[in-house]
Design a protein around this ligand. Structure first.
Ligand code: HEM
Ligand SMILES: [Ca+2]
Length: 676
């Protein structure tokens, strides 16, 4: 089934649903193109607008009242990095193009759509401004055996594919109201229902669904946190930036009682209604939110898409950073739990995340020690890069053969069929749909407590405590705690809905609301379009949804009732709610459409990666042998500092084996490090 892994450069509106279900298509018979008297003049105007807007926005980084302060719980939840001068040009170019498109769309919308979808041959598809032409030419050396740090030259013909900072890509054209930036509206043209209200009603409704139950064979918190680690490797979110860094621009008053009079321009806070069962009594009427930056650094006239600051390849880019993270011996500088110090910049992570990240950094550093102890003369670069290739290979094998296998279950794993070959014509890219809807599915597994294993006992602590004071935790007990801790599948946790990122256990954010808003901000189309799209790809029967009750093949009745209450038509539902699809394929842990999207995303990342371990021609036999023998259990035994490791860390209640036994087996492979 899933063999078209390509995401288009110029996505088109998805017509198939309308065709099958006789839904009218906006602009269907409108053939007009934008009429502009003087394009050059318009471009220069848009550029001037962009430049002055950028200066104005940047001025807010010096206004303490407009920044979230240290003492607020959501300090750093929306932190923004500083821009290098190259990045600043990219951001300004993106703004220039966005302003120009918004201007055109403010006149008539349909011509803009025709332009964006390539039906206006007389209009150039890129701006002609000098600043827009700064794409560098790269010459890639096909014989250079190692990955670059920013993803460049992984693809020899298209050097920039998969590069950090690239835009995400869309399967189908986005559904902004004006096609370029305004939030999608209901089919009758009204604003979508209040974000928070829908989410809190969903939490209430899910309490009454008993079909969602905990079984013995349950995915572990270890599996959950590993997923977050893999996500952070392929996706790096970046809130709209100004010149200097911040701990987050302010949208709401510090006490949450409404929008701040000092609201910064790069924010779009969420409104909470006074009758909210959690926030109401706390007088919180406003939750901070900052949109993600667009990425259109060469000023192409195309649908706006969001920036991904990570390399899309599964190459441990969040751990290796720019390649400047090594000490004088070529070891990664480490921080808590032996994790690479690069993670210290990321403010929204837990010690559990660090404990998993630490396993891979320690493998790299262990490898460096072993290679050096062979006493052979090697170039510094070769030692580092050989250990890096080994570590990435070990990680990639774990992602596909262990983690995805456990998540998908045997049937679905075979169906998805990860046995593709390297395809040099396939662009490595992250889907904006995946990122902003199905890819967030596992957030609903986040519980209210994580376990620690202290003196052989399980101790439960609120999740938020693990986001602060990393120094107060013992990584060994954090790791051990994750193995027998089950993901949450019966109801949605308070942590997810009411107290996310809190520091006092009382006032917090709503992660699922952020997820919903990200989809709206990225212009995702209605849920039923994606359902139709992915069903077609997986050759499932497709269906039309005329009444809410038609949704009964996707959702339980309790949820349909929530949607009935808030939405005008089943066609208006937000794509995020695919995460609540009731059909879970046999043996899998994910609903059907989420699984289809996940399958395509991970297949793309594998088959577009020239250096993927299973075909990387630069790996030596010794590297290959090590990659095939270091599995997750081995990593845990070697670097987890624990005496007994679970045979299967992805599921709870796994049988345990002695770490020493595994370490001994590894010792018998030491010689391999001398022929890396
Ligand atoms: C305790 C576990 C986790 C926490 C605390 C967490 C937290 C977060 C936060 C704060 C964001 C940014 C929200 C926003 O502003 O848009 C995010 C984004 C995201 N998360 Fe998670 N997450 C967790 C686990 C996972 C897992 C297991 C997955 C599974 C694949 C996942 C997938 C994603 C994706 C795809 C995004 C969007 C991309 C991004 O912003 O990096 N997360 N998560
Ligand atoms: Ca990466």
């Amino acid at each position: 089934y899933f063999d078209d892994l390509h995401l288009p450069d110029n996505p088109k509106h998805y017509n198939e649903y309308s065709r099958q279900c006789h839904v009218p298509v906006k602009c269907a018979s409108d053939r007009r193109c934008p009429e502009v008297y003087d394009w050059k003049d318009l471009e220069r105007w848009a550029q001037q607008e962009a430049y002055s807007r950028f200066e104005w926005e940047s001025s807010f980084t010096d206004k303490p009242c407009s920044l979230i302060s240290h003492s607020e719980y959501d300090y750093n939840l929306f932190s923004t990095g500083a821009l290098s001068s190259d990045e600043e040009i990219g951001v300004k170019n993106t703004m220039t193009t966005d302003i120009l498109l918004e201007y055109l769309a403010s006149g008539a919308k349909c011509p803009v759509r025709n332009l964006l979808e390539g039906r206006c041959p007389n209009v150039s598809r890129a701006l002609s401004l000098e600043e827009c032409q700064h794409q560098r030419l790269y010459k890639c050396d096909p014989n250079y055996p190692y990955r670059s740090y920013n993803g460049i030259c992984n693809n020899l013909q298209h050097a920039t594919w998969g590069q950090a900072g690239n835009p995400m890509k869309l399967e189908i054209a986005p559904c902004f109201d004006d096609f370029v930036s305004k939030q999608r509206r209901s089919s009758t043209g009204r604003t979508l229902p209040n974000n928070r209200k829908v989410i809190s009603d969903i939490q209430r409704a899910l309490r009454n669904i008993t079909a969602r139950h905990v079984s013995d064979e349950m995915f572990s918190i270890f599996g959950l946190m590993f997923a977050e680690f893999a996500t952070s490797d392929m996706i790096g979110r970046v809130m709209k930036r100004a010149r200097n860094s911040t701990g987050g621009f302010r949208g709401c008053r510090a006490d949450g009682k409404g929008i701040s009079p000092y609201q910064a321009p790069l924010t779009a806070p969420l409104t909470v209604l006074p009758d909210d069962s959690n926030y109401g009594p706390k007088n919180v009427e406003c939750l901070n939110f900052s949109p993600i930056e667009n990425a259109n650094d060469q000023c192409d006239l195309r649908y706006p898409t969001k920036r991904n600051t990570a390399t899309s390849y599964l190459d441990l880019s969040a751990m290796y950073g720019n390649g400047d993270q090594y000490d004088e011996n070529g070891k990664l500088k480490t921080s808590y739990c032996g994790a690479s110090a690069t993670f210290d910049r990321n403010h929204v992570i837990s010690i559990q995340f660090m404990a998993i990240a630490g396993l891979f950094a320690q493998l790299h550093n262990y490898c460096i020690d072993r290679v050096r102890s062979c006493g052979q003369e090697s170039k510094e670069e070769d030692i580092i890069e050989k250990c890096r290739s080994l570590t990435i290979g070990v990680y990639q094998r774990i992602v596909y053969d262990e983690w995805l296998y456990s998540l998908f279950g045997d049937d679905l794993f075979q169906q998805c069929d990860f046995n593709c070959k390297y395809d040099e014509n396939l662009e490595s890219s992250v889907s904006s749909t995946y990122t902003n809807a199905p890819g967030r599915f596992q957030h609903i597994w986040i519980p209210d407590h994580f376990s620690l294993s202290e003196g052989g006992k399980q101790v439960l602590k609120p999740v938020f405590e693990f986001f602060h004071n990393f120094g107060s935790f013992d990584c060994k007990s954090v790791l051990e705690g994750m193995f027998n801790d089950s993901i949450r599948v019966d109801t949605l946790s308070e942590t997810l809905i009411n107290t996310f990122f809190t520091d006092d256990g009382v006032h917090g954010h709503c992660l699922l609301c952020l997820d919903l808003e990200r989809g709206r901000d990225a212009g995702l189309c209605p849920l039923v379009l994606y359902k139709h799209y992915f069903d077609r790809i997986s050759e499932n029967p497709t269906k039309c949804y005329e009444s809410f009750d038609d949704l009964n093949d996707i959702f339980y009745e309790e949820l349909i009732n929530v949607f009935k209450k808030h939405y005008e038509s089943p066609f208006d539902l937000d794509a995020l709610f695919l995460i609540f699809e009731k059909e879970i394929p046999n043996g899998a842990f994910m609903p059907r459409t989420v699984a289809a999207s996940t399958c395509l995303q991970f297949k793309n990342l594998k088959c577009s990666d020239r250096f993927f371990y299973s075909w990387n021609q630069f790996l030596t036999p010794a590297q290959k042998e090590l990659i095939n023998s270091i599995d997750m259990v081995t990593l845990l035994a070697m670097f987890g500092g624990i005496e007994q490791v679970p045979r299967n860390p992805w599921f709870i209640n796994s049988e345990a084996i002695y770490a020493n036994k595994i370490k001994q087996e590894m010792n018998s492979k030491h010689h391999l490090f001398c022929s890396l």
